[in-house]
Design a binder for this molecule. Sequence first.
Ligand code: SAH
Ligand code: SF4
Ligand code: F3S
Length: 472
Amino acid sequence: MDTTNEVKVQEEYIEKVKKINEGKNPKYNILTMGCQLNENDSEKLCGMLEKMGYTKTDNVKEADIALFNTCCVRENAEDKLFGKLGELKRLKEEKGLVIAIGGCMMQEKHITDKIKESYHFVDILFGTHTLYKFPEDLYKAIEEKKKIEDIIDVDGEIYEGLPIKRDSLIKASVTIMNGCNNFCTYCIVPYVRGRERSRSPKSIIEEVKHLAKSGYKEITLLGQNVNSYLRVEKEKNIPFDEYEGVNSFATLLRAINKIDGIERIRFVSPHPKDFTDDVIEAIADCDKVCKLVHLPLQAGNTKVLKEMNRKYTKEQYLELVDKMKKKIPNLTLSTDIIVGFPGETDEEFEDTLDVVRKVKFEQVYMFIYSRRVGTPGDKMPNQIPEEIKHKRFNKLKELVESQIEENNQKYVGTVQKVLVEGESKNNTLMLTGRTDSNKVVIFEGDKTLIGKLIDLKIVSEHMWYLKGEVLN
Ligand code: SAH
Ligand code: SF4
Ligand code: F3S
């Protein structure tokens, strides 16, 4: 569907709110939870707010609007939101702070019911499919003094051309697809983000070209399952226009690799089951595509993987890793792992440790299984007791940390290409950047190096960063 008109309507609301704000210099505070897709959505919300005349503040006490962009992939995000809301009640009473909550958690009825019942001072609730309508919702909340609930449970459309205020001037995220069709049995994302749909090749390529012109050096392509880009469209005969030869994820990588000015390309997350040879070849061929691939494992045991509906076995995962290592020189891998999925035995958990030992990941994001209302996993018998989950988590963490320490040693004495991102947060006399494999490197250097891809000699390693020296 062409959504140009809907976006135009919102531009009119942006102007209306801007008028209300004239001469007032109002401020907004935003808290973003969750994944990079949510961060990218927040950049769009910030873009809209700034066009409406708001400026950002990190201090919510100074703010006229407090905005939450929520995640619901694990339970701790809920605790965080409700804790923060409790704190805001007084600010609402004292100075009429406008409170808006959006994002994935708003697509869960039991959560919005709880907010309406116990936190009735919240002004705006909006979901993942109505983010583009934020200017209209805000206008109605402040001008018409209405409580707004703007949540729909259909598969959202793709809205191009929304304003955006990016967090960095060097690295940019570009969402290439929305939603997910995989229904892993532990995961809430398909329920709150709707069905998979891809952006058109033309709009992605044009966005990246525009970013390159604006001086961006690194692009991260985002989606819940990036290597199935355009798959649904092909399967369902939904027409799309090829642009610069792009008709798949592999061809998208190749097209972006040709864009002048862009020096690095990353992508998250691919799914192992969709890792076709053309994608492996594109990674190997494209010099700008980083050789760090995030390949979510989730569990190492075939039975657990089947229960998780991941559609690959332990052996298939390991074979894929072998094939990739053979075809992609200097490949490094990172992964996501869940411990304590319902029914997972100690023995089955050992398979996860076994895969970790064999693959030697560069980085492992570890999660304790969290029951999500509405997912098949939540209804499964044999939920694992908390203390066992924690025990397994600690065992995995120990293994991962020992591997990272060992792996870090390998960097010392090597020369690494580092994209310089800015001053180090902990020591402003030092600069910070990242290697191709996404390792943080801290080094002394001139600020003119910021935004450049430079060679650094690694002189020492620390658990979460490396120290480097500029080569003369
Ligand atoms: N689409 C991506 C990531 C989705 S969410 C993928 O398939 O890899 C990010 C990570 O959160 C997942 O990879 C998974 O490891 C973790 N996760 C998702 N649901 C979870 C749950 N119910 N409990 C614990 N971790 C979960
Ligand atoms: Fe969740 Fe699985 Fe989809 Fe990733 S692929 S978002 S884990 S359902
Ligand atoms: Fe969370 Fe939604 Fe991302 S549930 S992980 S913010 S897609």
